[in-house]
Design a protein around this ligand. Structure first.
Ligand SMILES: Nc1ncnc2c1ncn2[C@@H]1O[C@H](COP(=O)(O)OP(=O)(O)OP(=O)(O)O)[C@@H](O)[C@H]1O
Length: 336
């Protein structure tokens, strides 16, 4: 089977006390990540990208929980498929680091200021492999070389505060890849870095992907990062996937007005004479979604039906999914 990860009907709920039903922060998300695929998850702040990916790691923060019927199936290194939502805490710990790793926006907060870089790399090795101290040292050194850290012997002895943001992110990538995971989740890995360092980190991730058999889920609000690194992309809006397709289609023939708006705002940044384009309005907060399309209030193509009935995510051409009445078999003359 070509599939590494299959998410079906994922919902993530925020409880509202005993009297009210929980608010669904994420609803009805289906995603499939293939082996060795670079999969992008893009959308504005607060649309549910990070909590969706945290749920893959079994790391939803209190008081969030998975809704009934949510399924996350993952194929382990031994070929066995596991249902992540049914794993115990101990089984999840085993899966993390060995099969699934994550890198975050702020490497400084993910690393412990009290321990050297060598101690922190070796800690993740300790947990997953039975190596001697000398073998662990060699493995850590080799990994720092792979992520192109200069003077790796010295860096192993350093503490996190001795390193720049770009170097720390390289260390995080080394830690994430040292056990050769099948899936790497990268949550805005370059957002906190300046532009030239961003490009270097993205290049490094692309290079490493060639030499590891790892699939990557790249979470970002930046379509430029998606263009640089991904083959397939899911566009999130207000807790749902609104469009999904290969990257080429998303960039050249976006179907959902939200995706088209995101692209226009990126393109207008590049044009010297053009006025900066922004999508009017803001993302509705969870619990305040309308009965119809969640993007209706901001949409330039809004029709009557969009305000009253929620569109389903449907396949508008092979491999291209879109959640929009403009592309559904419904009368289009119902313009508001
Ligand atoms: N522990 C929590 N308790 C309550 N609400 C939460 C919690 N964690 C996340 N949320 C809410 O869930 C929604 C989705 O959050 P999430 O962090 O996944 O968004 P995002 O798309 O990753 O945004 P960003 O790019 O800003 O990280 C937001 O409305 C957020 O406020």
């Amino acid at each position: 089977m070509d599939h590494l990860l299959e998410i079906r009907n994922l919902s993530i709920e925020l409880p509202q006390g005993r009297r009210k039903p929980p608010v669904k922060l994420v609803e009805g998300v289906d995603l499939t990540v293939r082996k060795k695929q670079n999969f992008g998850v893009v959308g504005e702040s607060g649309c549910g990208k990070s909590i969706t990916c945290s749920s893959i790691m079994g790391l939803l923060s209190f008081p969030l929980s998975l809704g009934q019927g949510s399924s996350i199936r993952f194929q382990q290194g031994d070929g066995r498929e596991v249902e992540i939502t049914g794993l115990s805490k101990a089984e999840l710990r085993k899966l993390r680091g060995r099969d699934i790793s994550m890198i975050f926006q702020e490497p400084m907060t993910a690393l412990d200021p009290m321990y050297t870089i060598e101690e922190q790399i070796c800690e993740s090795l300790l947990f997953h492999a039975s190596l001697s101290k000398a073998e662990m040292h060699d493995a850590a050194l080799e990994m720092l070389r792979k992520v192109k850290i200069p003077r790796p012997e010295q860096i192993l002895k350093d503490y996190p505060h001795h390193l720049s943001g770009g170097m720390l992110q390289r260390v995080m990538i080394a830690i994430a890849l040292i056990n050769n995971p099948r899936l790497l989740i990268a949550d805005e890995p370059t957002t906190a870095l300046d532009v030239t360092i961003q490009a270097q980190i993205l290049d490094l991730m692309n290079e490493l992907r060639e030499s590891y058999d790892t699939s990557v889920i790249m979470i970002t609000h930046d379509l430029g990062v998606i263009a640089e690194t991904c083959e397939e992309v899911a566009v999130f809006y207000a807790g749902q996937v609104v469009e999904q397709s290969d990257v080429n289609t998303i960039f050249h023939a976006p179907a959902h007005p939200y995706t088209a708006g995101l692209l226009r705002s990126v393109l207008s940044l590049g044009g010297a004479q053009q006025e900066l384009y922004t999508i009017q309005g803001t993302v509705p907060t969870a619990g305040n979604f309308s009965a119809g399309c969640r993007f209706a209030d901001r949409c330039e193509h809004c029709m009557d039906i969009c305000r009253n009935r929620a569109p389903a995510l449907s396949e508008i051409s092979p491999g291209h999914l879109c959640r929009c009445w403009l592309h559904a078999d419904t009368p289009k003359e119902e313009t508001a």
